[in-house]
Design a protein around this ligand. Structure first.
Ligand SMILES: [Zn+2]
Ligand SMILES: [Zn+2]
Ligand SMILES: [Zn+2]
Length: 234
């Protein structure tokens, strides 16, 4: 658990880092779903959609050095396609460095507010889009197709606007597209700022340390040399 030991002490608690199963007898749905998916695909790693760093996937909580999330958007070529009911869904992940703006920070193109994932639980999975759900300004809700505004943010009537409202389906008044308009490719919404190279090196070092973990074994057994080389390209 070398990486988690390097976290500031205020983050080392079960609210910030997921350390155990929710379900009785260790039969946790999220963990089972992820382990089944990764072993079916014979994958052991998942790339961060922001910095593209590969993260090992573990068979115990915390399942990843970051967080998984489900979205209708495939944010990266490495996102895993899932089909859930009629709607297409993708499994994406963000690394701990990008969640805490240690590796890269991403800033809204429109209002310049920084996206921060430091309130998210590390090592688990969110069943909603963590970028769309944490929208910062009305431009984030502009139509995916024609750019027409689809809603006011914050609402003009002053009512409470919760995170699930942010990812609701809405119909564009101009082109008629019905979509989750707050969910768009990262490059359409954010400017990506590399914090500094030292942090990047630290992050890679920590990732290597995690290859030697004794208590948390990686899922599956096939090495992912393909993903390793992809990371070099980026
Ligand atoms: Zn990252
Ligand atoms: Zn904004
Ligand atoms: Zn439109």
């Amino acid at each position: 658990m070398a990486y988690f030991k390097s976290l500031p002490s205020y983050m080392c608690n079960s609210y910030q880092v997921r350390t155990d199963d929710d379900g009785p007898y260790g039969n946790d749905e999220t963990r089972c779903f992820l382990l089944t998916t990764f072993s079916y695909l014979t994958k052991t790693t998942m790339a961060c959609v922001v910095c593209r760093m590969d993260m090992l996937v573990y068979d115990k909580y915390p399942l990843i050095n970051g967080t998984f999330f489900l979205s209708s958007e495939s944010y990266d070529g490495c996102a895993i396609e899932l089909s859930k009911q009629q709607q297409q869904q993708y499994l994406n992940a963000v690394c701990i460095g990008c969640m805490n703006a240690k590796t890269r920070k991403i800033v809204c193109k429109f209002c310049r507010k920084e996206w921060k994932g430091n309130s998210l639980v590390i090592g688990s999975m969110y069943n909603y889009d963590i970028f769309g759900a944490m929208s910062c300004c009305s431009q984030r809700f502009n139509c995916r197709k024609c750019g027409n505004p689809t809603r006011d943010f914050p609402p003009k009537d002053g009512r409470f606007f919760c995170f699930s409202d942010c990812t609701k389906m809405a119909t564009c008044g101009r082109c008629g597209l019905e979509a989750q308009h707050s969910i768009k490719p990262l490059a359409a919404v954010f400017d990506d700022v590399i914090v500094n190279n030292n942090n990047n090196n630290d992050n890679n070092k920590n990732n290597n340390n995690n290859n030697n973990l004794e208590n948390n074994s990686a899922v599956g057994c096939k090495s992912e040399s393909k993903n390793e080389s992809k990371r070099e390209d980026d």
